[in-house]
Design a protein around this ligand. Structure first.
Ligand SMILES: N[C@@H](CCC(=O)N[C@@H](CS)C(=O)NCC(=O)O)C(=O)O
Length: 282
């Protein structure tokens, strides 16, 4: 079956292309990524936020190149090759976007070079951030794909309205836990929680393109939920305007082409297959 999985646009574009080009020379820390991938964008944002020297290598994870599978037997991007010896000559692989981002935050700690940590110093606050990171990865992200892959068919186990309502419910729960003033989840400090959701925020326009709208009420039209949606808009605006987020985005047209196969539910990506089968995402 022909599939976007192997016929994806091969290159990143716009600001993401500039960021990739600025990190194209060999470095002991290597990010293997795909421009279209929101899990990769999490890693990219972390590298950018912390000003971490690295090499970016664009690959198509659907091609399952043998060298790539040696690094990550799951065959997923992001995959990171990290230097593990003092001379920074020997590399070992890491994968899973949350694990990778936390690793980068833990290792690159010099505040003069890398700015503040993306997680709070206080252990309780750090643990609370992890609850909301888990909410994003375990609830918001799966609901995003269920909504995006919904098909109007008698065989569909859920309606589009149900998928939309489930997605918005998880967003609302998240917003209600955010610092009331913001603009970010923890207040004025951009944190790992924001990093984890930002890539899907950048892809919400795709629901207007493919699914008849996202369904977040327009300003002043939120009824009893108006304060929640106001707080959401404050978070979304600040996060969308964050330099690290802007600099890791490609041309909108490319996302529309890449996500059409999700919207039509024809992609064979592991995420899409898990969504279709009602399994946990890879
Ligand atoms: N849980 C993984 C998910 C990564 C993931 O699904 N990446 C996709 C691209 S967005 C991929 O590499 N897909 C290859 C495939 O489905 O075979 C993470 O957080 O890093």
């Amino acid at each position: 079956m022909s599939s976007v999985d192997t016929s994806l646009h091969p290159h990143t574009s716009r600001r993401a292309a500039q960021f990739a080009k600025a990190h194209s020379t060999p470095n002991p820390l290597v990010l293997y990524g795909g421009w279209f991938c929101p899990f990769v964008q999490r890693t990219w944002i972390t590298l950018h936020e912390k000003n971490i020297p690295h090499q970016y290598v664009e690959i198509n994870p659907y091609e399952k190149d043998a060298e790539f599978l040696k690094l990550n037997p799951r065959g997923l991007v992001p995959t990171l090759a990290v230097p593990v010896d003092p001379a920074r000559k020997e590399q070992k692989p890491l994968y899973e976007s949350v694990v990778i981002c936390e690793y980068l935050d833990e290792v690159y700690t010099d505040p003069t070079e890398h700015g503040p940590s993306l997680l709070p110093a206080n252990a309780y606050e750090r643990a609370r951030c992890r609850i909301w990171i888990d909410h994003i990865s375990g609830r918001i992200v799966p609901a995003f794909y269920r909504f995006m892959q919904h098909q109007h068919s008698d065989l569909s186990p859920y309606t589009l309205d149900e998928a939309r309502a489930e997605f918005l419910h998880h967003i609302k729960t998240f917003v209600q836990e955010a610092d009331p003033t913001g603009p970010f989840f923890l207040g004025d400090q951009f944190s790992m929680v924001d990093v984890m959701l930002a890539p899907w925020l950048c892809r919400l326009f795709l629901f207007d393109v493919f699914k008849g709208g996202l369904g977040i009420p327009a300003e002043g039209k939120g009824g009893a939920d108006e304060p929640v949606w106001q707080r959401w808009r404050r978070w979304a605006k600040a996060t969308e305007e964050r330099q690290s987020v802007l600099d890791t985005l490609s041309e909108r047209r490319q996302y529309i082409d890449a996500y059409r196969r999700y919207a039509e539910d024809t992609t064979q990506s592991q995420v899409a297959q898990a969504t279709r089968a009602g399994r946990r995402l890879p």
